[in-house]
Write a new protein. Sequence first.
Length: 220
Amino acid sequence: MRKELYLTPQDLDRRVRRWVEEARELIPPYRRPVLKVESSALLVLDVQRYFFDPAFGAFLPTGLVVLPKIKELITYYAHRRRPVVFTRHALLPGHDPGAMGRWWKEVPREGEPGAELYPGLPVPPSSLVLRKDRYDAFLGANLEDALKGEGVEQVLICGVMTHLCCESTARGAFMRDFDVFLVADATATVKEDLHRGTLKAAAHGFAMPLCTEEVVHGGI
């Protein structure tokens, strides 16, 4: 599959705002959840060299376009003293990658450069960094216990890939009774139609799409 640079810094805000509005048409106004930062946590999924460094085959061109938005969200949540959780997708040495390995043939492994968080990513001292080896960050990473131990009732999801780890984690959070918000201009994947498809699927059944500006400046 050829990867698309489907957003640019110049058109990011305008185009994503339109996508969010289209997706939200699937949610009746009386059912739209409202983000309460004081009871929420930010999940930053797989912002690691494997996906953000052009030296790796899994590099996502649009990832670097949305990276400033991801950093803005991290800074905002750190300033508000709310939990920030980072995940790194990395298989432990010697472990069988299972179905994911059979599907992709190659997966990042712990101890390799691709498993490292992307350089320059702001990591607050109080944040939690979890290793995962499935799309859904709630599987095998003790994420649910960590969030509920902090009294978290809502999760805000950013990172990559929109239609794989972000969508799977959003579904996993919803199944565990968290209110879920998916940040459309702080997530990225390989193609525009996959990104937009997730926004619509999420809005129809399990997560509220929004933009970074709405989180940081209100107005949801």
